[in-house]
Design a protein around this ligand. Structure first.
Ligand SMILES: *Cc1c(COP(=O)(O)O)cnc(C)c1O
Length: 394
């Protein structure tokens, strides 16, 4: 065995040992992230089944919306089938029209940009900040000054002639992007902000919950997120009118009436079933303890890797509190080779780790879309390794 090979074996052994210590799973498979379901989950879900209220009507949907609004401090929450549909409707309600350009980070899950495409709008990729892993308002400001002009109060891309209407910010792995600066940027250019807070339930910027800063924010409750409804999502807003419209658009546009089926527009069947909302109600009850457990895991990772020579754990940005949904190890090596080797090496030891998403501007459907310089995105995408982050059962 040559030296490099034996060094690498030691590296993987060390990594495997450290990860198992942190997540307290000494043997067997260590998943990246699995749902932790306990508390009243059985009771609430059984209640749906026993009473027959499993589908589009039932008390748990109303309760989930109320509880979620209360937890996040948003005026209103509207529960829907998944985070992607929440984004789709949030964009429509932000007045995104066909052919508008929507600023969006390339380092995100593909759902963010797919929702833009559903509106027949054009994703326009912007770079991220290495301190937050989210959109970089300073770099975007400089870029917009270069390529846009304000015509009749609208921000127009001079190169394409299209309106830049909206900025979708995403809180990567639960870490907050700089919301304060972003709001100022949006104000300056007359652009609306939609927060893709799919990953950031329980994350706060300056003590205010993510998702509640823009006109509209969205969450996902897919099985891999911090809390789950099986599949599900929600739109949050402080604007009652927008919330009513969101409810209307996601429930087939039916006009309230004791028995008639009158639908005033082509709308969507995006409502969250009662069965899923029942699970969501119990998950919201468990959320504070799940968050505490996640913070503990993050702190242990941070300490364990504090003077590791190949990289360090990404720590929550200043002025904010992260939910530490998925812990990220930032490797010092930026070739991407070490990343792949570590994932394979740990897989053999039954430990699941994952790279971050391929940047969206490199996916076939998106290579032709406009973009600014994406150097930080490109570099970091080859250095991020997500580590097992399931909260221990509480
Ligand atoms: C999970 C996720 C979504 C989509 O949520 P689904 O519920 O899976 O549709 C959107 N954006 C981001 C950043 C996500 O991580």
């Amino acid at each position: 065995m040559n030296t490099i090979q034996s060094d690498f074996t030691t590296l993987i052994d060390e990594l495997a040992f450290n990860i198992r210590q942190v997540v307290e799973i000494q043997q067997g498979f260590v998943p990246l992230h699995i749902p932790v379901i306990g508390g009243n989950a059985n009771k609430y879900v059984a209640e749906c089944i026993d009473t027959g209220w499993v589908s589009s009507v039932g008390k748990f949907v109303d309760r989930f919306e109320k509880d979620l609004a209360e937890f996040t401090g948003a005026n209103r929450a509207v529960a829907v089938v998944n985070g992607t549909s929440a984004l789709h409707v949030a964009l429509l309600l932000s007045d995104v029209r066909p052919n508008d350009e929507i600023l969006v980070p390339s380092l995100t899950f593909v759902a963010t940009t797919n929702a833009i495409m559903y509106c027949n709008a054009v994703p326009h990729f912007v770079d991220i900040n290495r301190e937050t892993l989210g959109i970089d308002p300073d770099a975007i400001r400089e870029y917009l000054h270069e390529i846009t002009e304000i015509r009749n109060g609208e921000c127009i891309n001079r190169e394409t002639g299209r309106r830049i209407q909206c900025l979708v910010g995403m809180h990567t792995f639960g870490h907050c992007f700089d919301i304060q600066d972003t709001l100022e940027l949006c104000q300056e250019f007359g652009i609306s902000l939609v927060e893709d807070a799919a990953e950031s339930i329980g994350s706060y910027f300056q003590n205010r919950h993510t998702g509640t800063f823009g006109r509209l924010g969205i969450f996902s409750f897919n099985g891999n997120k911090t809390i789950t409804t099986g599949g599900g999502g929600a739109i949050v807003t402080n604007d009652d009118g927008l919330a009513d419209l969101a409810k209307h658009l996601t429930t087939t546009g039916k006009v309230n009436h004791p028995f008639r089926y009158f639908h005033d527009q082509v709308a969507f069947n995006y409502r969250m079933p009662n069965l899923n909302a029942a699970l969501g109600c119990s998950q919201l009850e468990d959320l504070p303890s799940l968050l505490a457990s996640k913070r503990q895991i993050a702190n242990r990772y941070i300490e364990t890797f504090s003077d590791w020579e190949y990289g360090s754990i990404f720590v929550e940005p200043p002025d904010s509190k992260s939910n530490y949904w998925l812990n990220a190890l930032l490797l010092s090596d930026s070739s991407g080779d070490l990343l792949d080797q570590i994932i394979e090496g740990l897989q053999e030891k039954q430990i699941m780790t994952r790279p971050v998403w391929d940047p969206i501007h490199t996916l076939p459907a998106y290579t032709q879309m406009p973009r600014m310089n994406l150097d930080v995105t490109t570099e970091l995408s080859k250095r991020i390794l997500n580590l097992p982050s399931t909260p221990s059962v509480v």
